[in-house]
Design a protein around this ligand. Structure first.
Ligand SMILES: [Zn+2]
Length: 524
């Protein structure tokens, strides 16, 4: 993500975060979570087994998403689970336990693939959805939860059999018809939906979720907004492939993560758009935009398809036209572009930010123009396809890994095109950091996830490492980082370990100092 003018024009809560002192140097999480796996089946079977639900009293939650957004429905529980002659005694899968968002994700299951079949009426704002999820039990399992906030669930099936479920304000717990052993594949289908007005909530200084607008709709998933529009194992340590189908009235276009697989004209005049994302994707990076959009003709550059979705009259054409050149330049630093596709969707609204959804960056119309600033923004979001999307954070406290690399990529591009050098920009950023009192970028706290220090001092960590180890070792470090951890998640501890491996103990010490020292270190 990148905000226009960083803290200058953003919402009040984030602006307040700019002046606050971050938490210094917390230790990095040590948990190792299995990440991605291959694609499973793509069954499109619909839920057919009815579940009789009765209301229960909702349980209180301390999650800011929940306390700030009233539920649109009464939490439900279904009929009691059937008790069979199960030979396995399974456990309830635990949450990932990310300190910033303790209820996100579930380590009892590994989500392999999602089929999201959404029918959206932009006039009434009502969405009806079926989420088919291929999971694998990671432990001997009796129950697990998915993250889902604010949307009523009609029914749940597991392998075609009705399953009991219980809703809390931020999760849906599914009890398996019978416990299963670790490694068992499961197909879970969740029929859900409701009004999408109010399907947003404050998170890291701004709102996330599904945004209904006069011109259409878009989503903001980072860091915990996916659960506001589909049931998900909503933590970046669990990536999956996706097929996203969205049915909307004819006359509107749909842009989404992945490649357009087809457009189906329905008898009632609506159109069903289907996108397929074959690369493992974190749930927060899945995107759907509905509106009046001009879809550009896909162009293949090597094995990558470049296509954009642009609001009519959107600017920035010259900069957007350099996407392939930017991709080639960044590949020279980071290694091959990691996904099947890339492009931007420019919406007809002044969002004030760009968001690096996987294969399809979301941009507000206010941020694209024929200026050098647009180029830097585009490079920033493109760099996130490697830094954040292919190598995702292990915990949200590692967010500097995303924003530090993306900001440093801006500096590299600037030098590449003959503008300010990387060294000049680093020196300027350090001066700014000192003047503004940027706190340590590691572990900024959940409400300061996108504070300026995360970007500025995050990039200065890379600058410091480069100055310590030299250009050649630094280039090797960067390529090794993305080569080794691509497709999964990595932590700050992984970063420091690699710095030590390739640059020796002093390299790791320098990086750690820039990450954790309260005072901005010298560029020695
Ligand atoms: Zn960013």
């Amino acid at each position: 993500m990148r905000l226009r003018g960083m803290c200058v024009v953003v919402v009040t809560a984030l602006a307040a975060g700019c002046a606050s002192a971050g938490t210094e140097g917390g230790a990095d999480a040590e948990l190792t979570i299995p990440s991605t796996a291959g694609r499973a089946s793509q069954s499109t079977a619909q839920v057919t087994a009815p579940v009789t639900s009765t209301p229960i009293t909702s349980t209180p939650s301390t999650n800011p998403l929940v306390t700030s957004t009233p539920l649109t429905s009464t939490p439900l529980t279904s009929t009691p689970p059937a008790t069979g002659a199960a030979a396995v005694t399974g456990a309830v899968g635990p949450d990932v336990g990310d300190p910033y968002h303790p209820t996100l994700g579930n380590t009892g299951v590994d989500a392999l693939h999602y089929d999201l079949d959404l029918v959206y009426d932009p006039v009434t704002s009502v969405m009806e959805g079926v989420a088919g999820i291929d999971l694998r039990a990671e432990i001997d399992l009796a129950a697990f939860d998915l993250d889902l906030v604010g949307l009523p669930v009609e029914m749940v099936t597991v392998d075609g059999e009705a399953a009991s479920f219980t809703m809390t304000p931020d999760e849906i717990r599914v009890d398996l018809p019978e416990p299963v052993v670790a490694g068992t594949p499961l197909r879970v289908e969740v029929a859900y939906g409701g009004p999408m007005d109010g399907a947003t909530a404050p998170s890291a200084g701004f709102d996330v979720g599904w945004f209904r607008r006069p011109w259409g709709s878009y989503v903001v998933g980072e860091p915990d907004g996916a659960r506001l529009w589909f049931p998900a194992d909503d933590h970046p340590t669990d990536k999956a492939t996706y097929v996203v189908s969205v049915t909307v009235p004819a006359g509107l276009e749909v842009a989404a993560t992945g490649l357009l697989g087809g457009i189906e004209d329905l008898a009632d005049g609506r159109r069903r758009w289907t996108y397929q994302a074959a690369d493992p994707t974190a749930s927060y990076l899945v995107s759907v935009v509905v509106g009046d959009l001009d879809l550009t003709e896909p162009v293949s550059v090597g094995d990558v398809v470049i296509r954009h979705a642009l609001a009519p009259g959107a600017g920035g054409g010259a900069a957007i036209g350099r996407t392939a050149e930017m991709m080639d330049f960044l590949a020279g630093w980071f290694g091959p572009y990691p996904f099947e596709a890339y492009g931007v969707v420019v919406v007809p609204e002044e969002l004030g930010f760009g968001l690096e959804n996987q294969t399809l960056t979301l941009l507000g119309s206010d941020l694209v123009s024929d200026t050098p600033a647009t180029e830097l923004l585009l490079v920033h979001e493109l760099a996130h396809q490697w830094a954040g999307n292919d190598v995702s954070v292990q915990r949200w406290s590692d967010i500097w890994l995303n924003e530090g690399f993306a900001t440093y990529a801006e500096w590299l591009w600037s030098e590449h095109i003959g503008a300010a050098t990387t060294d000049r920009l680093a020196e300027d950023k350090r001066t700014e950091a000192v003047a503004a009192g940027f706190p340590a970028p590691l572990d900024p706290g959940p409400t300061d996830l996108f504070a300026p220090s995360v970007y500025g001092r995050g990039a200065l960590v890379l600058d410091a490492l480069r100055r310590q180890v030299g250009d050649e070792v630094f280039a090797d470090f960067v390529r090794t980082w993305f080569g080794r951890f691509g497709g999964g998640s990595a932590s700050t501890a992984d970063f420091l370990d690699l710095a030590r491996e390739l640059g020796g103990p002093s390299a790791a010490q320098v990086a750690r100092r820039w990450l954790t020292a309260e005072q901005v270190p010298d560029r020695s």
